[in-house]
Design a protein around this ligand. Sequence first.
Ligand code: 13P
Ligand code: SF4
Length: 354
Amino acid sequence: SPSDPDLVERARAAKEKLGDKVFVLGHHYQRDEVIQFADVTGDSFKLARDAAAKPEAEYIVFCGVHFMAESADILTGDDQKVVLPDLAAGCSMADMATAEQVAECWDVLTEAGVAEQVVPVSYMNSSADIKAFTGKHGGTICTSSNAERALNWAFEQGEKVLFLPDQHLGRNTAVRDMGMSLDDCVLYNPHKPNGGLTVEELRAAKMILWRGHCSVHGRFSLDSVNDVRERIPGVNVLVHPECKHEVVAAADHVGSTEYIINTLEAAPAGSKWAIGTELNLVRRLANRYADQGKEIVFLDKTVCFCSTMNRIDLPHLVWTLESLAEGNLVNQIQVDKETESFAKLALERMLALP
Ligand code: 13P
Ligand code: SF4
């Protein structure tokens, strides 16, 4: 829907008043009405890296979700303030691993006598507490654009990986990209005693996958892939690695949001694409490339927005920018020093991956 012209003008004016004091980051899943005000757009890796690229900006306005803003706070200077335009913009996947549950899991691994062989690898989509746990135990963070490199690194440090919290990214990377078998992976269920696993299973496993998932990407099924192939002969199926293993296995291409954009940019005119990721991004790409004769459709027949990403809308952005322009610091995301120091270790290991 077209943005309210009055709000567009107010956002523009407030941003102009702030000048170099503000730097606006926008994740690819953000609404068009918000993305138009982003100084940079990116996938979660690019945004983590770019957050630290403007040390002169006093305010980093993060149009994305909570864990992204936390990561930006960890990676930016102490005098820089990270602001999330709506504090309710969380991520249900990140909420699936709490600090208490992960500490309990480590106890289970210790009891089973395997903790010493385990290197934690945590997806960016996790709280600062989980990142701190990861840093403390010698592990790294990864995103969907460097998960394979992160796992290769981890298997140089130890024999097993505890992958948090997205089972699908962990399984898809291990099996599709690294040639492991499904039997090398076990699923740790934080709601069951001992994760629902026996000591033997923990000892035999190479990948211990946390039982978390993204409910948006969970909507895509093997049927979605089969249906679209029937509907659109010759279609290329391109999905995000947060999709289930059977969906990823049936797809032609798999990658992060940035990879999806670059792939479509490079695609020849006349090519046809079905995209399995969040709908704001798919619609934007379909519109962008329509006049170049690239046919881009959503992989499923239902509508899949990420409801928390969508909480950041133009009214929230206007309120945020106007408040900052008036000198009122609102919705700051601040990670405590102790958590920050360990989480930063893990994030810096990711940034240093070859
Ligand atoms: P990327 O943008 O890193 O591919 O991640 C997608 C996502 O779900 C972020 O929550
Ligand atoms: Fe979290 Fe999924 Fe939304 Fe990404 S798309 S922010 S993983 S709920």
